[in-house]
Design a protein around this ligand. Structure first.
Ligand code: THU
Length: 130
């Protein structure tokens, strides 16, 4: 039986196939589950003008938010190197814009993963409201 997290991880691994990463050859796939139980996948999208690259995490968030969802339970993150990799600082700030208790599931494989809460990975985000 797959745990709930394993279901999310398997969708993140599936999303690797849509990664467009010809420059870094580092494919990232994610699956984001909302509080309303919808799942949005994302993959990194690179650009010849490198800095225009969009990380997989922000792709999934943009899909969800533009679909009217803005409260998230968890995001599973996988890559094609079968290693755990943490979300970049820009994505941490971006995700902090929404609920900071979202679970970040870093998958090495379907069964080997680590779980953090976003706020522990990014405790001091920039905000205009302090
Ligand atoms: N990347 C992501 O998609 N998510 C991360 O959390 C870190 C990095 C992508 C950006 C780029 O396409 C490739 O990984 C190598 O940096």
């Amino acid at each position: 039986m797959h745990s709930r997290y394993q279901t999310l991880i398997s969708k993140a691994i599936e999303a690797l196939q849509f990664s467009y990463a010809p420059y870094s050859n580092f494919k990232v796939g994610v699956a984001l589950i909302t509080n309303t139980e919808k799942i949005y996948t994302g993959s990194n999208i690179e650009c010849a003008s490198y800095s225009l690259t969009i990380c997989a995490e922000r792709v999934a968030y943009a899909k969800a938010i533009s679909d009217g969802e803005n409260n998230f339970k968890a995001i599973a993150i996988a890559n094609d190197k079968n290693e755990i990799s943490f979300p970049c600082g820009a994505c941490r700030q971006f995700m902090m814009e929404f609920n900071s208790d979202v679970k970040i599931i870093l998958a090495k494989s379907l069964k080997v993963y680590k779980i953090y809460e976003l706020k522990e990975l990014f405790p001091k985000n920039f905000t205009l409201n302090e």
